[in-house]
Design a protein around this ligand. Structure first.
Ligand code: PMP
Ligand code: GLN
Length: 424
């Protein structure tokens, strides 16, 4: 090795290939834009109202009790026990807290660790479009290949209100996406950003495809992202894939306390699956964060017990349904025809009538969302961020608005939207 020639000049840094294709997430970009412009942020999905007192108190108590050191890697004992007790009846089985539950850094790490645990390099991961933006990134970081199946978006017919159930999954198209390299299928229900809740019939049809394929090829595992499981409307039933016949063995179910208790900054999530799969997830998880926040896990355990006693989960859905209807009213009044979500806290609205100067260097929905920020002072998320390059055009005329905000924020946005009726 030759001696260093003075003055030493460090070579330019080249990032690892697995991250070179990644840019900042659409949420980081549009929240920064909202802050920079002082616009109302109906983009990123985080509540801007207070978390429930019982959960905040539980967090403070856990810290005061000095539960401030590392805890068990698979999950703080109190939390895995609370989760097993709470979810057992919902899954129709006795859940072993030590072997069938693992806690994660939000559902986000649940997705990453599950994909790391199941997907081999060269495997294919089927996901529906629109997808939550971390799914393809996680598939790629595991050396897998994302395979996209777009949901069929509904035709708008005058006089008929669209609902999330009008977004359909073409089962033949899904079946055609399976190949000998398929290893995982990701489902998100309730769905971000469509607000669709997959019906029992739809899940049964998906389960049938998975089971038929698994008989003749390498087995396929379903990653079921149920982060919004308690944020559901109009009495539409949340059906869990893991409860369908033969599907427990094929399914990893993910949950998020960020959504359930309105504490997105706590980042406590969990995965529930059969012991062999949980073990594999734990083997990945132990090398990612090793273990997650002890006091916040303790607090979420307390939160589940108190929430059940207080009827909190029913209240959460009702509270959000009123916010959904409030924002829908403002959007419709401003001429933004919207699709009524049955779950999650997002609304997709039609922007096709807005006369926005085109920018050929980016998808139309991105241009429209920037324009809304500048001209109206309200930030929305362009849903093309949830599509592959080939299918981005499918949502050129849509914008995603969130309603996990105070009524005052929604009212202010409603006032600002009025300017749209003058600009259209
Ligand atoms: N999945 C979906 C569909 C989401 O919208 C989110 C949103 N944050 C997550 C997973 C991540 O959840 P968490 O904040 O618990 O990491
Ligand atoms: N899940 C949230 C949303 O869809 C954002 C999460 C994030 O910022 N990564 O708005």
């Amino acid at each position: 090795m030759p001696a260093v020639t003075a003055p030493y000049k460090a070579p330019p840094f080249e990032p690892a290939h697995r991250v070179t294709g990644f840019g900042a997430t659409v949420f980081a970009e549009f929240t920064a834009l909202a802050n920079e412009r002082g616009a109302i942020n109906l983009g990123q999905g985080f509540p801007n109202f207070a978390a429930p007192d019982f959960i905040k108190q539980a967090g403070q108590d856990a810290i005061a009790q000095d539960l401030n050191q590392y805890t068990r890697s698979g999950g703080h004992q109190e939390l895995v026990e609370a989760l097993a007790e709470f979810y057992g009846p919902l899954f129709g089985r006795t859940l072993n807290p030590m072997t069938e539950v693992v806690t994660t850094v939000g559902a986000t790490e649940g997705i990453f660790a599950s994909v790391q645990a199941v997907v081999n390099p060269g495997d294919e991961v089927i996901m529906m479009e629109p997808f939550y933006d971390s799914y393809p990134a996680c598939a790629v970081m595991a050396g897998g290949t994302p395979v996209y199946v777009p949901l069929e978006s509904p035709e708008r017919t005058p006089g008929r209100t669209l609902t999330a159930a009008d977004w359909k999954l073409d089962m033949d198209r899904l079946a055609d996406a399976f190949s000998e390299r398929t290893r995982m299928l990701i489902i998100n229900t309730p769905h971000n950003p469509v607000g669709k809740m997959f019906s029992r019939e739809e899940l049964e049809q998906i389960a049938d495809i998975v089971q038929r394929h698994s008989q003749s090829h390498q087995p396929v595992y379903v990653l079921c992202d149920e982060a919004y499981e308690w944020i559901t409307y109009d009495g539409v039933e949340h059906v869990r894939m893991a409860t369908l016949p033969g599907m427990w063995e094929h399914t990893i179910t993910l949950g998020s306390s960020g959504k359930t208790f309105s504490v997105t900054g706590w980042k406590i999530g969990w995965a529930i699956a059969p012991p062999e799969i949980v073990h594999a997830i734990l083997m990945a998880h132990q090398w990612i964060p090793f273990t997650i926040s002890t006091p916040f896990q303790e607090a979420v355990a307390t939160g589940f017990r108190v929430a059940r006693e207080q009827g909190y989960f029913e209240w959460l859905g009702e509270m959000y349904q009123a916010k959904r209807d409030r924002l829908l009213g403002y959007l419709e009044a401003a001429g933004l025809s919207s699709c009524v979500p049955h779950g999650s806290y997002f609304i997709l609205s039609d922007t096709s009538h807005l006369n926005v100067p085109p920018n050929p260097s980016e998808p139309r929905d991105v241009t429209v969302c920037r324009w809304l920020t500048g001209e109206i002072g309200v930030v929305a998320i362009p849903p093309s961020a949830f599509y592959s390059d080939n299918n981005r055009h499918l949502v050129a005329d849509l914008a995603r608005f969130t309603f996990c905000k105070t009524d005052e924020t929604l009212d202010q946005a409603g006032e600002r939207f009025q300017a749209l009726t003058r600009k259209a």
